[in-house]
Design a protein around this ligand. Sequence first.
Ligand SMILES: *[C@@H]1O[C@H](CO)[C@@H](O)[C@H](O)[C@H]1NC(C)=O
Length: 176
Amino acid sequence: MAPHILIATLQSAFLSLCSSLVATYFTASNPPILALVTFSLLSTPPNYLWQQQVEKLLPGYTPQKIEVEDGGSGVTVENRLNVTNTIMKFTFDQTVMALINVTLFIGGVRLLQGVPLDECLQAVKEQTIPMMFAGYKLWPAVSLLNYTVIPVKRRTLVASVVGLGWGVFLAITASR
Ligand SMILES: *[C@@H]1O[C@H](CO)[C@@H](O)[C@H](O)[C@H]1NC(C)=O
């Protein structure tokens, strides 16, 4: 494994642990810490590799011809934010990837605790859409920042840090 993917994975697992501990400390909830950390270890590498592939396919910054007043050719080439690519990545992130990640999270964390498969599927059926819509209050802004100002090797970390707050928020909301 390349160092960056390893680091990103360990960071995510650590943040998942922190999130669980904060939720445990500040709420009456009793989150499944081992399952949450394990899920984080399993889900970060594919997400990291996916982000890299997407960036290759749809680079956020591409060379673009810029008109300049230099008295000469009047044109220079500079790397600028590629709005089309950014909008495509953003849209895909908030729909297809959100659906996949939420589904895997709800089902996966339960499976890791030994919950029977039919109960895991029932939880996925009942909770996926509400969790996605709760996420829309937060994740579109994060995704937009991630694709515009955050370098690709830091993206999973940013997502993890926001995920820390997100995990705690879910625990607090659930415990009311
Ligand atoms: C954005 O990137 C694509 C390739 O991914 C390229 O075809 C397109 O011209 C770029 N757009 C601009 C405005 O540079």
